[in-house]
Design a protein around this ligand. Structure first.
Ligand SMILES: Cc1cc2nc3c(=O)[nH]c(=O)nc-3n(C[C@H](O)[C@H](O)[C@H](O)COP(=O)(O)O)c2cc1C
Length: 355
């Protein structure tokens, strides 16, 4: 099993949801970066469980214990190792999963792939909890990118069939970016919050879950980053995005909607503005031929409904070899999307620093 990713700046994520700790080694981060720990902790808090009422009530402090690579609050250039203790485990809730895999989760595939040895408690290494180290490492990369004029933000584009406003594709203002970066339930049109929350609450009350879409952007990215054919910006971003559990799709710019346009509408016309080449539309989401155009990078990631729901579901009993029913006890998010937003932003930071 390998959970390492990256080329110039690498991460290696370790731990299990109900083990003693989880963490990450971040290799290749720049030296001399003065870490803004308040900002880093704000990001950790946006992902952490038990803070927002739409999320699971499993409470975790998620305090990163930095054990190498940072001296007096500044990165030294050596590998940064961070350990996050698991303080709130209830492995008893997962007893029946040892033989009955949860539909929609990785219990069955993990069991097959690792010959029954994978740690199934709380989803083990497949748990959404393993995104805390991604947020830690991504937040450091994000601070390095910010020093180079690159800013990242995301918002909940949809929950089930309730939609927020999309990003304005050509120009995304700093005020909006700053506002979204502070929220655990980030929305462009805040009037949508009540409707989205009531869809989530209705799902929870019926022992069910809902999915959503996170729209994410990066502004200030220089033109000319990325390589054709297999190491383009889309490839690198998608590769790390699918490391985020529950991400089932990604589209850049106008994405699938481009198939309904004519070329005369989908092409982004070029124009000089203050000596700089820009495009007057941004249907390609800031990437052409795998190479950044200098326009905002915009993509949407599809987050599926939380697999662990409390309604009875059909499964198999791997021990008896018979069909079975499973009722999942435990604390699960009725919707993953809000907590996933800062994870998607952090994953984008990891992709951009590699580009
Ligand atoms: C922030 C976050 C929290 C998650 N919380 C849960 C959860 O409480 N219960 C659950 O069943 N899945 C949760 N997941 C999703 C599962 O980890 C994921 O669906 C599973 O590992 C299978 O992987 P796949 O959906 O990518 O195929 C979470 C994912 C993220 C990103």
């Amino acid at each position: 099993m390998s959970s390492a990713w990256g080329n110039k700046v690498k991460i290696s994520v370790f731990g299990e949801s109900h083990g003693s700790a989880i963490g990450v080694v971040l290799d290749g981060a720049p030296a001399g970066l003065k870490l803004d720990m308040d900002e880093l902790m704000l990001n950790m808090g946006r992902r952490a469980p038990g803070r927002d009422k739409a999320a699971t009530q499993r409470k975790e402090a998620d305090i990163p214990n930095i054990i190498s690579g940072v001296l007096n609050g500044t990165t030294t250039g050596a590998p940064i190792c961070c350990v996050i203790e698991n303080t709130n485990k209830r492995s008893g809730d997962y007893g029946n999963l040892l033989t009955k895999p949860r539909p929609g989760h990785a219990d069955y595939t993990g069991y097959v792939r690792y010959n029954g040895f994978s740690d199934i408690r709380g989803g083990g290494h497949f748990s959404g909890r393993l995104t805390a180290p991604i947020v830690f490492a991504g937040s450091i990369c994000r601070q390095a990118l910010k020093q180079n004029g690159i800013e990242i933000a995301s918002h909940i584009y949809s929950i089930a069939d309730i939609y927020d406003e999309p990003f304005e594709p050509v120009e995304i203002g700093h005020d909006l970016i700053n506002r979204l970066n502070e929220k655990s339930f980030p929305l462009i049109d805040t009037d949508k919050e009540d409707k989205m929350r009531s869809v989530i609450e209705n799902a929870r009350l019926s022992g069910d879950s809902v999915g959503g879409i996170i729209e994410c952007c990066a502004v200030g990215v220089k033109p000319g980053l990325g390589d054709p054919m297999f190491f383009g910006a889309e490839n690198v971003i998608s590769s790390v995005m699918f490391g985020v559990p529950a991400v089932k799709g990604i589209e850049f710019g106008a994405g699938f909607d481009m198939t309904k346009m004519r070329g005369s509408k989908s092409n982004d016309p070029f124009k000089y503005e203050n000596g700089r080449v820009i495009t007057t539309t941004n249907n390609n989401g800031g990437i052409l031929g795998g190479i950044t155009t200098g326009m905002p990078i915009i993509f949407r990631a599809a987050i599926k409904p939380t697999p662990s729901i409390s309604q009875p579901q059909s499964t198999v009993d791997l021990q008896s070899g018979e069909n079975a029913t499973i009722e999942i006890i435990g604390r699960h998010d009725p919707c993953i999307a809000s907590r996933a937003s800062v994870v998607i932003e952090s994953a984008l930071a990891l992709a951009l620093i590699n580009l």
